[in-house]
Ligand binder design. Sequence first.
Ligand code: ADE
Length: 239
Amino acid sequence: SPWRATVLTLFPEMFPGPLGVSLAGRALASGLWQIEARDIRASATDRHRSVDDTPAGGGPGMVLRADVLAAAIDAAGIGPERPRLLMSPRGRPLTQARVVELARGPGPLIVCGRFEGVDQRVIDARGLEEVSIGDYVLSGGEIAAMALIDACVRLLPGVMGKEASGTEESFSDGLLEYPQYTRPQLFEGVPIPAILTSGDHAKVAAWRRAESEALTAARRPDLWEKAANRGSGQKTPKN
Ligand code: ADE
C-alpha cells in the first residue's frame, strides 16, 4: 500500500489544497501516495459539537479538548508502526533527516493544532511527537502539515525523475545550494560567470563548492559551524 498521510483537522476542506497540483498532485493522481483528511469535530459528543474550551487556570484563547481529540485519534485506526505527529510551534524543528525517515516509513498521522493549544494530557496519552516547521506562528497546523507532507512526497520512489533526486545532497552535506544560471547569456548587462561556460568540470565543481561555503557562512552560521566540525580542513570563507 502506498505512503499515506492521515491528517486530523477542524478544516478537512483545506486538503489536499496545494498538494493536489504540480509534482505532489501528479503523484497523488498516479497513486504514488494518499492523503486522508479527517474532521476532528466528527468526534465531538455534546449537543453543540464543541471541540475546544477555555484554558484551565485562565488566560486567552481556547484549548482543544483532550477527550475529543483522543476519540478522533482512536477513530483513525492508526497502527503502532505509524508515527503520530502534532504540528506545533513548540515542537522539535523539522529537519531533512526527519523528513527522510518519515518518507521511508508507511506515512504519519498528523494532528493539526488550532486555538492556543491542545490539552497536554492527550499529547502524553497518545504519544504525540510535536513538530515545528520554524520559529514563527501560523494560525493553525494545517499549512505546517502541508509543508511536511510536501517535503516527504518529493522523496517517494517514482515522484521525481532521477535527475533532481540528488538535490538533497547539498542539504545532506550541510551546505546551502550554490547559485544557478541559465540563458540568456547576458541579462540586463550581467553575464553568466565565465567558469560555468568554460567546459572545465573540475573548475565548475570547485567554484560551486566555494559559493556554497560562502553562502552558508554568511547566511547560516549555525549550519556552517556544524559543516566545519564535520568536514576535515575547511577554511572559513571571508565575506
Ligand atoms: N502551528 C502554528 N505554528 C506552527 C509552526 N511554526 N510549526 C508547526 N505547526 C505550527
